[in-house]
Design a protein around this ligand. Structure first.
Ligand code: 2ND
Length: 571
């Protein structure tokens, strides 16, 4: 990626990379050009086909030694012109993107632990989720019993999974990933091998890039709706490194790879352990106006490239501020960025992204479980910015925390109801069904973030099926936070599918889970037997349960119907 700067938004002139390296893309981690227009105040990125003349010239400016960095090598993996132009709904079971490359000279990025700390450290012992029932693996993932609906599937068998065309002796990961074949026991239980995530991460960079480029070439193929995505869990590692270096904030690595070693992971932790990951990198972003606006913009770009048509992006304004917030998060010194201005900046980034990448992005403001005193301001910000990208309020964080006085959350949600602000709540992710009851009956939530453990209370589940409560399901996240058992065949989404519940498929925190929307669709396809028809239904349900105003919702639905070749009003 090459950084350009120009006072004239239409003319960009290259400026040297921070390290002076003659191969800019090796500094920025991927063959993309980052364009910044200070006058328009926007960032743009432009992807370069690996090995293309534009890429080689960007990475080999006159006088530079040619071909001395791997990213300057033409790759046969690059798609030819016109390749993969067919829009498609069902992605291959795409592994998480593996990113490499370095940013700036190591000497300028200090190693070391990030200073304190938005989330308490848990130690390594792991903790059962709230509700106590540690799963058999001790990670607090109580087994979710299947609803006794009188069907034949009470044993949790994956309906349709047997129809997957599994070659004997292996599980293919789609055409693009034929090199990666996973062992499977023929005639035995086709359980996701525990080593799968590690194997998934062996995805070569070239293939990941190919997938992204294919998405771009697909152009208008925006067919997915994502409702549960954390802005601060979806920051590009390159951007974290850039601001860490620019602001002199120590990070636990000075290359993407080193940073990701600390920030992302691929074997389950507990939910509180997962939340600790934010401590490593949030100090580099929080409190910086440009960074806050940029991460919002970049996330819209990422989602557009993934083929998402509409996304609801959530975050805590307080966790990105360094002023008018108590305590000031991440051990920052006091500055002058208030939660209110954070919302304004995120709005700008989202709107710039919408304009440049032609998808729709809205935001949800999070209350945090451990900070009820912030919640009244969160709902006020929802009210203030309700016509300006903000569509709802959320309650996120560690469900297992025993917080003495949660009246701040309750009052905020009461005010949200009173003012017609839409509501979602993280509940029943690692926590018990009682948390879902609280969300539904006390906080009057309209959607549930995760909600997997609803299956442990058949009465409640039946009632929520009846009322068509929407569950924001995040399959890969649920594995990595220990919220669900590692056997995806027994995942709550399997039961939801069978019961034709109302749910969506989402990424949650793709930075930390080193994933993309393809990861989650790939898991549901390959290990839960989801078909194209299921994905259509999932996305139509997601659009219907989105927090868009009615007219815009209908427009989104019509777009999906058209993309899916369906007659409007069919489901
Ligand atoms: O999966 C999650 N469960 C509960 N809280 C979460 C999850 N992912 C992110 N968060 C928290 C951490 C972020 O700082 C916060 C706002 O996005 O929400």
């Amino acid at each position: 990626m090459q950084l350009h700067h120009s006072p004239n938004p239409t003319q960009f002139t290259p400026i040297p990379t921070p390290c002076g390296c003659p191969h800019p893309c090796s500094c920025w981690g991927s063959p993309e050009q980052l364009l910044h227009s200070p006058t328009a105040g926007v960032w743009r990125t432009q992807s370069l086909l690996p090995g293309s003349p534009a890429h080689l010239s960007a990475c080999n400016p006159p006088g530079a030694r040619r071909g001395s960095h791997p990213c300057t090598q033409p790759t046969s993996a690059a798609p030819g012109p016109g390749a993969h132009r067919t829009p498609r709904l069902l992605p291959p079971a795409a592994p998480p993107q593996r990113r490499g490359g370095r940013l700036g000279p190591p000497a300028l990025c200090q190693r070391g632990r990030a200073p304190h700390l938005g989330y308490p450290e848990q130690g390594l012992a792991g903790g059962g989720g709230p509700g106590g029932d540690a799963g058999p693996d001790g990670r607090g993932a109580p087994r979710a019993p299947a609803l006794t609906d009188g069907g034949d599937d009470r044993d949790g068998e994956v309906e349709g999974a047997g129809e997957l065309p599994l070659p004997a002796g292996s599980v293919g990961l789609g055409l693009q990933h034929q090199a990666l074949q996973l062992p499977v026991i023929v005639g035995g239980e086709a359980v996701l091998p525990p080593q799968l995530p590690a194997l998934l991460l062996q995805q070569p960079l070239a293939a990941a890039l190919r997938l992204r480029l294919q998405r771009i070439e697909d152009g208008g193929a925006h067919q997915q709706v994502e409702l549960h995505l954390h802005l601060d869990g979806a920051i590009r590692p390159e951007t974290i490194l850039y601001y860490g270096k620019k602001r002199g904030i120590p990070l636990p690595g000075d290359t993407v790879e080193e940073l990701l070693k600390h920030v992302s992971y691929n074997t389950p932790l507990s939910l509180p352990e997962f939340l600790e990951k934010f401590n490593h990198y949030m100090p580099a972003i929080a409190g910086d106006r440009e960074a806050v606006r940029r991460i919002a913009y970049e996330l819209v770009e990422t989602k557009a490239k993934e083929g998402v048509a509409y996304v609801e992006i959530r975050y805590s304004p307080h966790l990105l501020a360094n002023c008018s917030v108590s305590p000031i998060p991440w051990g920052q010194a006091e500055g002058d960025l208030t939660p209110d201005e954070v919302v304004h900046l995120v709005n700008q980034g989202l709107q710039d992204g919408e304009r440049d990448f032609h998808i729709k992005a809205r935001s949800i403001l999070c209350c945090m479980r451990h900070m009820p005193s912030w919640s009244p301001e969160v709902v006020e910000l929802c009210k203030k910015y309700r016509n300006n990208t903000v569509v709802a309020i959320d309650l996120a964080g560690d469900e297992s925390l025993k917080v003495e006085d949660t009246s701040g959350h309750k009052e905020a949600y009461e005010e949200a109801v009173r003012c017609g602000i839409h509501r979602t709540v993280h509940a029943g992710e690692a926590g018990p069904p009682a948390m879902i009851k609280e969300a539904v009956y006390l906080l009057k939530t309209e959607r549930i973030g995760h909600g997997y453990h609803v299956l442990e209370d058949p009465e409640l589940y039946k009632e929520l099926l009846r009322t068509k409560m929407h569950f924001e399901v995040c399959p890969w996240s649920s594995y990595l936070t220990g919220a669900c058992l590692p056997d995806f065949r027994k995942h709550p989404a399997v039961q939801f599918r069978k019961d034709r519940a109302n749910y969506s498929i989402n990424t949650d925190d793709p930075l930390i889970f080193n994933s993309s929307i393809d990861t989650d669709y790939g898991i549901t396809k390959d290990y839960m037997g989801f078909t194209d028809e299921d994905f259509k239904r999932v996305n139509i349900n997601a659009a219907q349960s989105s927090f868009l105003p009615e007219k815009e919702k209908q427009e989104l639905l019509n777009m999906l119907y058209e993309a899916y070749g369906m007659v409007p009003n069919a489901s």
